[in-house]
Design a protein around this ligand. Sequence first.
Ligand code: SAM
Length: 261
Amino acid sequence: TSFGFKDVPEEDKSRLVGNVFSSVASSYDLMNDLMSGGLHRLWKDRLVSELHPFPGMKHLDVAGGTGDVAFRILDNINSISRRAVKYDPADNLNDETQIYVCDINPNMLNVGKKRAIERGLGESHSLVWVEGDAEALSFDNSSMDGYTIAFGIRNVTHIEKALAEAYRVLKRGGRFLCLELSHVDIPVFKELYDYYSFSVIPAVGELVAGDRDSYQYLVESIRRFPPQHKFAALIADAGFQKVQYENMVGGVVAIHSGLKL
Ligand code: SAM
């Protein structure tokens, strides 16, 4: 079929996803802005505000290649420190903040590292870039205060494994947050959105990124991803408590959350 990888054996999927993001990395930011009308910035802001970051936290952002989420968390923590009534630069809490950005694709990590330098964060000890797979994380059990994954879990071959790993690396009280393109269930809006995704996105992908197939894959992967309530049930199955989700733009995206208690 023209819709990419439907019939591809599972073991090949990770490699193909890798190829997609290698070819997408350079035009990635522009495409995100074009496809979401800039809204992805607000959605990521929302994700980070739900996280309630704090100085000194250990956080893991998975599929975080470009650093978009990690930079927001760091900005948020820095603004908390500046607002603190008795801010004592000597207490070094900010220096203890560790935000691990884990991505399977070194090209995406390079985009993020480059952007960190451009933001003056090149020397920051708070940002740690790690090449790795969401399904087999290299971090210790109960080592993280927070876990985020933005527009990433949809690409993972076994969602359950990624969720089990998220649960494993979080400390008790740690928060899991996932921002993902989801399902629209509102009549008329759904038809418009389907038209937009199946016709407009691949065309824009071809025009701007010269890569129709990758964007067709993107649209197809949104279709295949479980609807909000089913994904919430998977998160609960992984052991998380107080699982909730919030739809934005009628379900075009959703933020799912859970706590390891
Ligand atoms: N989180 C970033 C953002 O919101 O802008 C990047 C999202 S991008 C659409 C998806 C990312 O997931 C890519 O960087 C890709 O390399 C990464 N990825 C795909 N499969 C992965 C896996 N199994 N483990 C870790 N990262 C993965």
